[in-house]
Write a protein that binds this ligand. Structure first.
Ligand SMILES: [Zn+2]
Length: 179
């Protein structure tokens, strides 16, 4: 009951009704709210929570993601179906969180499309978010043609994506097997 009182209805209610009002919203603030809704489906069995998670996942993956499985530009969702290329695209935390959400959806529906996304995003965004030489992590992954990767540094930059980036290698084994 307490968890349900914490639900951010301004975000979750439209999603439960199949309405995409994500344009202009800060992307990675919303993904954990939907992970919370997924957890609430597991606890309460209320269909609205599962519908919320599925609709959000489909909109983000099919309408708001780049080829590597990442989403967002300047940390925000753009217009539906038209994510622009740029330097500040595909915040790495977002994909870390989308993989968490994908784990719920695959467990509920057992459809290959969920693990297809998981594999694509894990290999092309998450595995590629760490500098093999220094171990440093990406924040944004640029989709600007000819641009380069920017990694955090040991002492002068510590981002949200540095923290989730440290968790990522420990999560590589999650979702490689399902019953
Ligand atoms: Zn981040």
């Amino acid at each position: 009951e307490l968890a349900e009182r914490f639900c951010h209805r301004a975000i979750l209610q439209p999603l439960a009704e199949g309405k995409d009002e994500l344009e202009g919203k800060h992307a990675n603030t919303q993904i954990p709210k939907v992970i919370g809704a997924a957890k609430l489906y597991d606890i309460t069995g209320k269909e609205a929570y599962r519908n919320t998670a599925l609709f959000f996942w489909e909109q983000v993956v099919y309408q708001r993601s780049y080829a590597i499985g990442g989403n967002s530009i300047g940390e925000h969702f753009g217009a539906e179906g038209s994510e622009e290329l740029g330097v500040t695209t595909a915040e790495t935390c977002n994909t870390y969180n989308m993989l968490k959400l994908t784990g719920y959806l695959f467990r509920w529906f057992h459809e290959a499309r969920f693990m297809d996304y998981y594999e694509n995003a894990l290999y092309n965004h998450i595995l590629a978010s760490q500098d093999p030489d220094s171990g440093m992590k990406t924040y944004f992954v640029s989709t600007q043609p000819g641009h380069f990767k920017v990694y955090c540094s040991p002492e002068d930059s510590f981002w949200c994506c540095t923290g989730t980036g440290m968790e990522n290698p420990a999560r590589y084994t999650q979702n490689i097997y399902h019953l």
